[in-house]
Write a protein that binds this ligand. Structure first.
Ligand SMILES: NC(=O)C1=CN([C@@H]2O[C@H](COP(=O)(O)OP(=O)(O)OC[C@H]3O[C@@H](n4cnc5c(N)ncnc54)[C@H](O)[C@@H]3O)[C@@H](O)[C@H]2O)C=CC1
Ligand SMILES: O=P(O)(O)OC[C@H]1O[C@](O)(CO)[C@@H](O)[C@@H]1O
Length: 413
């Protein structure tokens, strides 16, 4: 049995590769990084080092090889004959790989490979599977699209394991080494999987999937983003350091309380369990050994400020249930304020704000138009950040602390 993973980076090698390999699949990585692919082909295995504050241990992921993404013939051949597939390239890269997957599927059908192909889409976004499916369909004719829907499962998942960008220090002498958090669950949307489930270690079919994916994105990723954008304001490089700063921890934990209430209402879930999950997140963010950088978590602010992404998606859910997301709004203002020259999206955002003003930017990138309930608050917070106002002062602002704790919904208890 064979598996193909598009993207041999942190999640490809540090998570999905391990699960596929330990489930008995040969693992074929496709990546644009030729050096990495050559190394994988030489060695046919790579190490994952799990790190916890108190102990580390290492495993070897076996039966792996690689294909360089520019070797189109090999790429099409591998995808057209695989038993299962995953993508882990980043949302912004999906438009570039969609035509390749479309061509490979056509070849698969020409070759009469009859078994359905399930593609697990491991990108941080709600309905990444639908998004990639539409991109692929855009490269197919009408009748091919019908075949695509019949023979391909575009599978939604949410990835809970955190795998940092590898620095030479973390690689510790082996360029193939990945460092990872010891968290293994791979929840998938059962309804998006086509045909009988394959036996994949730690894969947990869930239905419906709305709650798990939003819990991951609107809680974990939202809180991570808030921590990162605030950490950057204080020039802190490591996320684990940022979360230990009292003002940042306070704002992030309040943001988590806000979304916990929103989630509890939306999905009829136990609030206490969501608050406990929030505490666990704050603890996990403090794992220094993971070496997660503020810049990695803050990267692509335009994507992260999108209306259904981690910040605005969470804020919208709170508003829907009568919770004013004052602390999430602090994170939103900080994301608009974020500037890091090598980050293209951050450059675009900054240039737009300089040209058109923050008011127009809020509307364009986050749908915070003149009548949006968050507009006044985010505008004010942004101006205060521009004026170098401290986070402590922000915490005590009327607009923020007036809504402290449980928003305007205290009767939830
Ligand atoms: N790193 C993490 O802890 C988590 C990441 N994710 C999601 O997983 C996805 C992948 O993230 P990471 O693994 O962290 O990123 P990464 O940057 O470590 O890996 C992406 C890989 O894709 C390759 N790639 C990029 N463009 C390509 C192309 N056109 N053709 C072939 N290969 C290409 C890159 O060379 C790289 O090896 C993202 O959507 C991210 O949001 C989700 C949860 C956790
Ligand atoms: O991968 P993205 O979407 O840029 O978001 C980064 C976030 O995802 C993670 O990779 C974990 O889900 C974190 O490092 C960070 O919270």
């Amino acid at each position: 049995m064979k598996s193909v993973i598009y993207g041999a980076g942190s999640i490809g090698r540090g998570f999905i590769g391990q699960l596929f390999s330990e489930s008995g699949f040969e693992v074929v990585f496709i990546d644009q990084n030729k050096e990495l692919i050559d190394r994988l082909n030489e060695r046919k295995s790579y190490p994952i080092r799990f790190v916890k504050d108190t102990r580390n241990w290492e495993i070897s992921v076996l039966h792996v090889r690689g294909v360089w993404s520019s070797d189109m013939e090999a790429v099409l051949d591998e995808i057209s004959t695989t038993d299962v597939m995953a993508t882990s390239v980043g949302k912004n890269v999906l438009p570039a790989i969609a035509p390749v997957i479309a061509s490979a599927l056509k070849l698969r059908w020409e070759r009469s490979v009859d078994t359905p192909l399930n593609i697990i889409v491991c990108e941080n976004m709600v309905q990444a599977n639908v998004y990639l499916g539409e991109l692929i369909a855009g490269h197919l004719t009408g009748s091919e699209t019908a075949l695509f829907r019949k023979k391909t499962g575009m599978v939604e998942t949410c990835i809970g394991r955190n795998v940092p960008v590898m620095s030479p220090r973390l690689q510790d002498g082996d360029p193939l080494r990945v460092i990872a958090e010891d968290y293994s669950e791979l929840p998938i949307d059962r309804s998006s999987w086509l045909g009988g489930l394959l036996k994949i270690k730690h894969m947990v079919p869930c239905e419906p999937f709305d709650f798990p994916i939003r819990k991951k994105l609107f809680m974990y990723n939202m809180a991570h983003a808030v921590t990162a954008y605030l950490g950057d304001i204080l020039d802190i490089p490591a996320l684990a350091t940022a979360i230990q700063i009292p003002a940042i921890r306070y704002i992030t934990s309040k943001a988590l309380q806000e979304i916990s209430i929103g989630m509890a209402h939306e999905y009829d879930q136990d609030l206490e369990a969501l608050l406990l999950y929030s505490d666990e997140l704050l603890y996990r963010f403090g794992n220094r050994q993971l070496g997660i950088s503020v810049k990695r978590v803050a990267q692509d602010p335009i994507r992260k400020l999108g209306t259904n992404d981690r910040l605005m998606g969470a804020a919208g859910l709170c508003l829907k249930h009568g919770v004013f997301p004052a602390h999430i709004a602090v994170g939103i203002a900080a994301a608009f304020y974020y500037h890091y020259a090598p980050d293209e999206e951050s450059q675009t955002l900054r240039s737009y704000i300089e040209r058109e003003g923050i008011g127009k930017a809020l509307d364009k990138y986050s749908g915070i138009g003149p009548r949006h309930p968050l507009r006044k608050t985010v505008l004010k917070l942004y101006r205060l950040l521009e004026d170098q106002c401290s986070l402590e002062e922000i915490i005590h602002l009327d607009e923020v602390c007036h809504h402290r704790g449980f928003g305007n919904n205290p009767d939830i208890f």
